[in-house]
Design a protein around this ligand. Structure first.
Ligand SMILES: Cc1ncc(COP(=O)(O)O)c(C=O)c1O
Length: 483
């Protein structure tokens, strides 16, 4: 793959600096403390971590990125499972995408209407589930797209309520904050804004209440949607629809059962509610199918996308919907100034062209199977609660090593494993959560994937043996923190 694209040779077996992070990275991180949000809080948090003997947060600053790798300011190389928050389907800085984006910028600069908008809308209509969602509305970010989908559902049905789920994430706009199933404290001061949002439980496969099985809990969640909500929260005919992630992405890469998503479809059909699939993260090949919802043999009424569509270079997001929903709706309005830039459309068109040419989604599926085979074994570790995945949507949740039942959610353990991975050359996400999430590029080289997972396996064993406390933590300079 690299040779074909003329990319540079990659050097394996990185030798990281003795001190982690290295001096240049450390200097950059310290510069950020007075400049960025939470700088002071992280500073305090680092000191607290040090006092309590926890391993501190590990963070890097990227100097350059290419293919499956990133390098920090000190020249250390990392296998990239962070993937620009899951936005680089073809790996970092893919030369063909860069070329397409540069050509679009040279030709159009920025103008709202241009032929690439039309080319892409046709292409998107073609790849939608069952080709049933032919109408497109572009947005800049996944946040705007999720908000547009909800506005579309409310205005189409002329109803006031929308149902979303616990631990869901739909973005960081004001509306998406209240749509998301945020931790309680994050909703403080937003209490006046979420009047039309009803939160329902999402059926996780681990850590369920009352010793319920996943199947029993799923039935409870469906009962909640179809009976509890209409009987005591909002009238059945005042509910516009259900906004659901077919894989609870930022919430921890949870994989729902077929019964749950098919159950939602049935409930929506029966009640005349719209089913909105938020595929900003699960979409465009991440799960080894073009759309996450396709694993469930379900066709939504509105589909939300973003992230991968950028080809890792130029942001673009949007929604697709049924003809009768988006074709003629006088009350719906959406699409900000930069929605559907020539550069974004060019990146998306080239990405989809490469998807087809190089069988990218099939490659992701094959890599997902390889990852599943390796990660399954990790479940015997005393600190691993569950390893799970759907294609390359991969997550491992952790528990206290000293707990026999492993049932105490514990983000310090997850963070310790993620920190050790980073020290050994693999970069993954654990954002104050008990899960480490991995988003390999869909075209990641198989050897690189295996090498990164081997680093993670070693890190799990290391934390198993040494705990989440690090001996030399006092020597770690305060003031360096973040995710
Ligand atoms: C499912 C889902 N919806 C919406 C968003 C928001 O997208 P963006 O960050 O591009 O605004 C995200 C971001 O992670 C997401 O995972």
């Amino acid at each position: 793959m690299y040779a074909k694209l003329g990319w540079s040779e990659h050097v394996r077996n990185p030798i990281l600096a003795d001190k982690f992070p290295g001096p240049k990275t450390l200097t950059a991180l310290k510069r950020g403390i007075p400049l960025f949000k939470n700088g002071l809080r992280f500073d305090a948090e680092m000191e607290r971590a040090g006092r309590r003997g926890f391993r501190p947060v590990r963070q890097i600053v990227i100097d350059r990125a290419e293919g499956d790798f990133v390098w920090d300011l000190d020249g250390n190389r990392y296998i990239d499972f962070q993937n620009g928050w899951a936005t680089n389907p073809l790996g970092n800085c893919h030369p063909e995408i860069i070329e397409a984006v540069e050509a679009a910028n040279r030709r159009f600069g920025f103008h709202y209407d241009h032929p690439l908008r039309y080319d892409l809308a046709e292409r998107l209509a073609d790849i939608m589930p069952a080709k049933a969602l032919p109408r497109t509305n572009y947005e800049v970010s996944g946040t705007e797209a999720a908000e547009a989908a909800v506005h579309l559902a409310l205005t189409h049905t002329k109803r006031r309520y929308i149902i979303t789920f616990s631990s869901s994430f739909h973005g960081n706009g004001l509306a998406t904050k209240v749509l998301s199933g945020l931790e309680g404290e994050k909703g403080t001061y937003l209490e006046g804004w979420g009047g039309g949002v009803i939160k329902a439980p999402y059926p996780y496969s681990d850590g369920l209440p009352a010793d319920l099985s996943e199947a029993q809990y799923t039935e409870y969640c469906l009962w909640y949607l179809d009976h509890h909500i209409p009987s005591c929260i909002a009238a059945r005919d005042n509910i516009a629809g259900i906004l659901v992630e077919p894989g609870l992405a930022e919430g921890g890469n949870w994989i729902p059962s077929t019964r749950f998503l098919q159950g939602i479809r049935e409930i929506c059909d029966r009640n005349d509610w719209l089913m909105i699939s938020d595929e900003v993260l699960t979409g465009l090949g991440r799960t080894g199918r073009m759309w996450g919802i396709e694993h469930y043999n379900v066709v939504p009424d509105i589909l939300v996308y973003g992230k991968n569509l950028s080809g890792g270079i130029a942001p673009l997001a949007g929604i697709s919907a049924r003809d009768d929903i988006l074709g003629d709706n006088k009350s719906f309005s959406s699409g900000s100034t930069f929605a559907g830039t020539p550069a974004g459309c060019a990146a998306a068109l080239k990405t989809l062209e490469i998807f087809e040419r190089d069988n990218v989604v099939a490659h992701a599926k094959r890599l997902g199977n390889i990852a599943a085979g390796i990660m399954r074994e990790w479940q015997s570790s005393p600190i691993v609660r569950q390893a799970r995945g759907n294609g390359l949507l991969l997550g491992v949740s952790f528990g206290q090593p000293e707990s026999a039942r492993k049932d105490e959610k514990d983000w310090w353990t997850a963070r310790a494993v993620r920190g050790r991975m980073l020290e050994k050359g693999a970069w993954a996400i654990s954002d104050k959560e008990d899960t480490i999430r991995l988003y390999p590029a869909l075209m990641m080289d198989e050897d690189v994937l295996r090498e990164g997972l081997a680093i993670m396996e070693d890190a799990i064993h290391y934390v198993e043996q040494h705990g989440h406390v690090e001996g030399d933590v006092a020597a770690y300079p305060s003031g360096v923190a973040g995710f």
